[in-house]
Design a protein around this ligand. Structure first.
Ligand SMILES: C[S@@+](CC[C@H](N)C(=O)[O-])C[C@H]1O[C@@H](n2cnc3c(N)ncnc32)[C@H](O)[C@@H]1O
Length: 257
């Protein structure tokens, strides 16, 4: 194995070690999941839902409670997250969740056309690329089905400080203004029903605050250089968040096929 591949696998191991302990793996709050769900029309006709890249499933559980008659199919590729959500499905209130290891890259091939009334994904479609994800999701959505997802966008037309734009670029985030993102969604023949910006609390309450605590605990346990580097990199993200939140945040989009 090449040295840099081994290096990044090791960093990923320490990063995931922290992520596995968090209540969620990206920004979000149940109240915002519900706010987006409220925009989905005729909720009583939503019977089959796909949650793409569910993580440990905070939003999956929120959807399962809000839609008790629907089957919520949740997919992710990281075994420890999948296992955590599987454990939750033992509770009767979450028995309508089915969790499976499926890559989002395979969703178009894995599920037959017209499978879902609603496809949900919080903070994850960027992994596939939003345009590609929208095209693939469209194939497996039923006619007039809904796609609800959140994505990191610029939220102001003010000039973006170089420090912010460079940081996001370095992190591999292809960030554009959410209005430009909406234009692309329309070009891909989606009806855009609603969009709203996630407040800074959505980043901190169940994500960065517990992450900070976990870093403290793990820093004592894992003294290896790579571990320490990884924790520093994660802390830098939290620090940078204070700078970029004025300019960029996650935005929820509620679309219809
Ligand atoms: C930023 S987290 C978001 C998790 C969750 N939706 C949330 O908001 O807490 C991204 C998730 O994508 C998952 N993931 C990464 N690559 C994936 C892929 N190719 N297919 C499905 N899930 C993937 C990760 O395991 C992780 O759970």
């Amino acid at each position: 194995m090449e040295e840099n591949v081994a290096d990044s696998l090791l960093a990923n191991k320490y990063f995931m070690g922290i992520q596995e302990k968090l209540p969620r793996q990206g920004p979000g709050l149940d109240e915002l999941t519900l706010k987006a769900l409220e925009k989905v029309q005729k909720l009583s006709e939503i019977f089959v839902v796909l949650d793409v890249a569910c993580g440990v499933g905070m939003q999956t559980c929120c959807l399962a409670k809000a839609l008790p008659k629907a089957k919520i199919q949740a997919i992710d590729i990281h075994e420890p997250f999948i296992q955590k959500l599987k454990d939750k499905t033992k509770e009767p209130q979450f028995s309508n969740i089915v969790v499976e290891k499926v890559s989002m890259f395979e969703m178009g091939a894995k599920f037959p056309p017209d499978s879902f009334d609603l496809i949900w994904s919080e903070g994850a479609l960027y992994i596939m690329g939003i345009e590609k994800a929208l095209v693939e999701a469209r194939k497996i959505l039923k006619k007039k089905g809904f796609l609800v997802f959140s994505d990191l966008c610029y939220i102001t037309k003010d000039p973006i400080p170089l420090e912010v734009s460079q940081y996001l670029k370095e992190e591999g985030a292809e960030v554009i203004h959410y209005e430009d993102s909406i234009k692309k969604m329309k070009e891909l023949e989606y009806e855009v029903i609603d969009s709203f910006i996630l407040p800074s609390e959505a980043w901190t309450k169940y994500y960065y605050d517990p992450m900070r605590e976990e870093i403290k605990i793990n820093r004592e346990k894992n003294i290896e250089e790579k571990a320490q580097e990884t924790y520093k990199m994660m802390e830098r993200e939290i620090e940078m968040f204070q700078k970029f939140i004025k300019y960029a945040s996650y935005v929820f989009f509620v679309l219809r096929k």
